[in-house]
Design a protein around this ligand. Structure first.
Ligand code: ASP
Length: 371
């Protein structure tokens, strides 16, 4: 189930990968200038303080514990999200994530190492429960950034990751079958109207309480900072439930689902990926941090950009406002953080020396996506 990222495994991958000598060693990197002692903190989407997969600690607690013990910040946040990826109870991430329209679980992830100024990602990856680890392997073992689909799976297999035939659980398969039942069969053969009909069928399942709205879309983003003010982040997801096979959202795309600049901060996202991709909002938010904005203000500016660029009628509710949810989790170089959402009601996860907790997010708009 877990990947073995040994040197031997790397050598077996063969000629397609960069020789390790081409890659900069951690020790050779210029350390980022930082503003003085920082209190370590880890932040995540709300599911980062929700799931334990039978263990004692949540995602943010695990990552914080590892950062406090001096571990690499990226390794720490990936160890955190692995808990949620492996937990079948979270149907929006990793094993047991809600599948695509064909009933296949396809996973997206990326990670970014602030001090190394490197990143890796995978998209539409099938059969590996922990895509965040494969994303890290792309970063560490190749000179590429993003591997997708069958190529990403072959890469993972060659590195020793276990590949499973099916990442559905009984729950995710049952929900997919129910979705199939609700899709109007006359739409089924035409991909465009199937997407619309599929979306409506999915929304009807949310309305009927079969899927929590957080899990129709749903993802985990997690970022951390250590006492040296080194910042890293990771985002991992099964993406939009019942998506057209091959659809890739914002989560594995740098600048959208995640962005880290070790000199200013990190931002990551959950929610409607297409809206985020149109605005590369995580990049925008990090640039806002660079201009000196507080994480909350930097993120609100990002949400406003999404709102102003949402003009298509099918994406607007009766009040003329976006009919979808989208959230950002932002951490700056001083360890200040914020969680913001288009609409109220959500919480984000925080862990510092005071322990793990969920904190209410600030919202740009009132009411709900439904209008
Ligand atoms: N942003 C993810 C995507 O669009 C899903 C989510 O976070 O809800 O694939």
């Amino acid at each position: 189930m877990t990947g073995k990222l040994s040197r031997r495994g790397f050598m077996q991958v063969g000629a397609g990968l960069a020789a390790s000598s081409l890659l900069p060693a951690a020790a050779a990197q210029t350390p980022a200038v930082h503003t003085g002692a920082v209190k370590p903190v880890v932040i995540a989407s709300g599911n980062g303080q929700q799931y334990r997969n039978g263990g004692k600690l949540t995602c943010v607690e695990t990552a914080f514990e590892q950062i406090a013990a001096g571990k690499d910040v990226l390794d720490a946040v990936i160890a955190g999200v692995n808990i949620v990826e492996l937990d079948p109870e979270d149907t929006s991430v990793g094993y047991g994530g809600l599948p695509n329209a064909d009933g296949v679980v396809q996973l997206d992830s990326c990670c970014m190492h602030g001090p190394l100024r490197r990143a890796g990602g995978v998209a539409a990856l099938e059969g590996v429960r922990t895509p965040s680890k494969v994303a890290r392997a792309v970063m560490n073992e190749t000179d590429h950034h993003l591997l997708v689909g069958a190529g990403a799976q072959t890469f993972a297999r060659q590195l020793g990751f276990e590949i499973e035939d099916d990442l559905n659980t009984e729950t995710s398969r049952k929900l997919w079958l129910e979705w199939m039942r609700r899709v109007d069969p006359k739409h089924f053969l035409d991909p465009a109207s199937r997407a619309q009909a599929g979306f409506r069928a999915g929304q009807s399942m949310v309305r009927d309480g079969l899927i929590d709205p957080e899990h129709f879309y749903g993802t985990i983003n997690c970022s951390g900072i250590n006492a040296k003010a080194d910042i890293c982040g990771v985002t991992t997801t099964s993406g939009l439930a019942w998506k057209i096979p091959g659809r890739v959202g914002d989560s594995p795309i740098l600048g959208a689902g995640l962005y880290v600049d070790n000199s200013v901060g990190a931002a990551g996202s959950t929610g409607r990926g297409e809206a985020n991709l149109y605005n590369l909002t995580s990049y925008l938010i990090v640039e806002n941090l660079r201009r000196g904005l507080h994480p909350k203000d930097a993120a609100m500016e990002g949400l406003k950009r999404i709102q102003s660029n949402t003009v298509e009628k099918r994406l607007l509710n009766s009040r003329g406002l976006p009919n979808f949810g989208i959230s950002f989790y932002v951490l700056d170089k001083q360890g200040r953080h914020a969680g913001v959402a288009m609409y109220p009601g959500g919480k984000y996860a925080v862990c510092d020396a005071n322990g793990g907790r969920q904190v209410a997010m600030d919202a740009l708009l009132e009411g709900s996506p439904e209008g």
